[in-house]
Design a protein around this ligand. Structure first.
Ligand code: ZN
Length: 487
């Protein structure tokens, strides 16, 4: 324009020429004014799809694009599409909103418009159920999950977020991803299993004789699919094996669904039959020695052997090194009875279980030494003791228990006084002789762990034999010389 003006200035274009130029310039101004002001011409954009669109997460995005033309009030749209430049990118690997800007240049001006593209996740997660070959549920557990996984295109592993619902005979698995897409699948475990029956070995009614212990004959349980459920059986109830009576044992399985099957066993503990006591016809002395064997038992046995007198030993386990004396005594025709292993009042009278545990230890020792258990016993302190009063009623219960178990328990009706009143052999002998005098059946209490007491025995034997007494060992039919039970 400037060049043209200079060219024109350099020339003599004359008056007409200047007039033409002025007219042309005015016309151009007029056209521009009409175009911009009256026509209002500008750039108009057309979106090929709505201005706000979404794109799928993870998928390729293609911009649907737009085009632009000029447009005005008076002369309408221009037919030619303007060249557009496009700015902005959409990353479909990240959720979010992106903007694309389209712009066009027209008549020294830039026009632009924008499109919003939101990348969204519309794909629900995928739940895969696992199946175990040959799987058979058990009655105890019910259906046990075989496994499942949930994977999402956007969130990855969602297995931990799967919710399981048991709806009758089907299980529904549901999971929702972070964009709110929900997936749901269903499983129908197809099986039939009926409740197990608890089988009781030895029957539902059991009769036993009272004894030191009770061993359950056993039980088993299996469901209809063959699953062994024996290990789940819970046994409640107790049998007191040394007390005659009726007891109930309950066998029960409660499965994980809260269903229960049970069986009951009635155990009748019968008192062991005891023979009737036989009062001896002749004047009889039963020499009994407690708390041994000990260091004087051997000499005592020699003496008894020399006179061919049979006695009774109520033994403990306190002197292990003399235990073979128990075997010797039995071999030589003396009777052996249980006196308890520890002779510890606090321990043995603490309860029936403690008592019989201790009691059985002596029985085992006796069996080891003599080849047989015994049926004779004597309570430490006698059945009338009150040292056990810290456990009220224990002697009453133990006296019944040992009797139920087939033991005859013996007290005494002649005391030698060797347990504390005297340590004098003459006095011991005198006490025994006085006690036996005029008595048909004398059960004499002595202790073979006391040398001064053992030393009195020969005198007692001589006195007895020369006064028409018979010396006998105790047996199940012998008089028990029972004291009145005081506890
Ligand atoms: Zn004793």
């Amino acid at each position: 324009m400037k060049k043209l003006w200079e060219k024109l200035r350099g020339r003599k274009i004359g008056r007409t020429g200047r007039l033409v130029l002025m007219i042309l310039a005015l016309y151009a101004l007029f056209v521009l004014a009409v175009t911009l002001v009256v026509d209002g011409r500008h750039v108009r954009f057309y979106m090929t799809q709505p201005q706000e669109i979404t794109a799928a997460y993870g998928e390729e995005f293609t911009d649907p694009g737009c085009y632009a033309v000029t447009a005005g009030r008076l002369f309408g749209e221009g037919g030619r599409r303007l060249r557009l430049s496009v700015r902005g990118e959409v990353d479909t690997s990240k959720l979010g909103s992106y903007e694309i800007e389209y712009s066009a240049h027209w008549l020294f001006q830039e026009y632009s418009t924008r499109r919003t593209v939101t990348v969204v996740d519309k794909t629900p997660p995928e739940i895969t159920l696992e199946y175990t070959e040959g799987y058979a549920p058990s009655w105890f557990t019910g259906y046990e999950e075989e496994g499942f996984t949930a994977l999402d295109n956007c969130d990855g592993d969602l297995t931990a977020k799967v919710e399981k619902k048991v709806l009758g005979d089907r299980i529904e698995y549901t999971v929702t991803d972070s964009s709110g897409n929900t997936a749901s699948v269903e499983r129908r475990p197809n099986y039939t299993v009926t409740a197990p029956v608890i089988s009781l070995s030895g029957g539902t009614e059991l009769q036993i004789y009272a004894g030191p212990s009770f061993a359950d004959p056993g039980y088993s349980a299996a469901d209809s699919l063959g699953n062994d459920l024996t290990g789940y059986v819970q046994v409640s109830g107790e049998v007191c094996p040394y007390l005659a009576g009726e007891y109930e044992l309950n066998y029960c399985i409660t499965n994980k669904l809260g269903e229960t099957v049970s069986a009951v066993r009635k155990v009748t503990v019968l008192p062991a039959p005891l023979p009737e006591t036989v009062e001896p016809d002749e004047k009889t002395i039963y020499l009994t020695f407690d708390d041994g064997p000990g260091p004087y038992t051997d000499d005592l046995l020699d003496l008894l052997q020399a006179y061919n007198v049979k006695a009774t030993f109520f033994v403990t386990c306190l002197n292990e090194k003399y235990q073979d004396m128990v075997g010797r005594a039995a071999d030589e025709g003396h009777s052996i009875g249980v006196h308890t292993a520890s002779h510890n009042y606090r321990a043995i009278y603490a309860g029936e279980d403690a008592f019989f545990q201790d009691f059985n230890a002596v029985e085992e020792m006796i069996k080891e030494q003599t080849g047989a258990y015994t049926s004779l016993c004597r309570f430490p302190g006698g059945s009338s003791n009150t040292v056990s009063s810290f456990n009220p009623g224990i002697m009453t219960r133990l006296a019944k228990a040992v009797t139920d178990m087939g033991y005859q328990y013996f007290d005494w009706n002649v005391s030698s006084g060797d347990a504390g009143e005297t340590t004098d052999t003459d006095q011991v002998a005198a006490n025994i002789i006085n006690g036996c005098t005029g008595r048909k059946a004398s059960v004499v209490l002595q202790h073979d762990i006391k040398d001064y007491s053992v030393a009195a025995v020969e005198r007692v034997i001589n006195w007895g034999l020369s006064n028409g007494y018979t010396f006998r060992p105790l047996d199940l039919t012998s008089p028990g010389a029972h004291h009145g039970i005081a506890n």
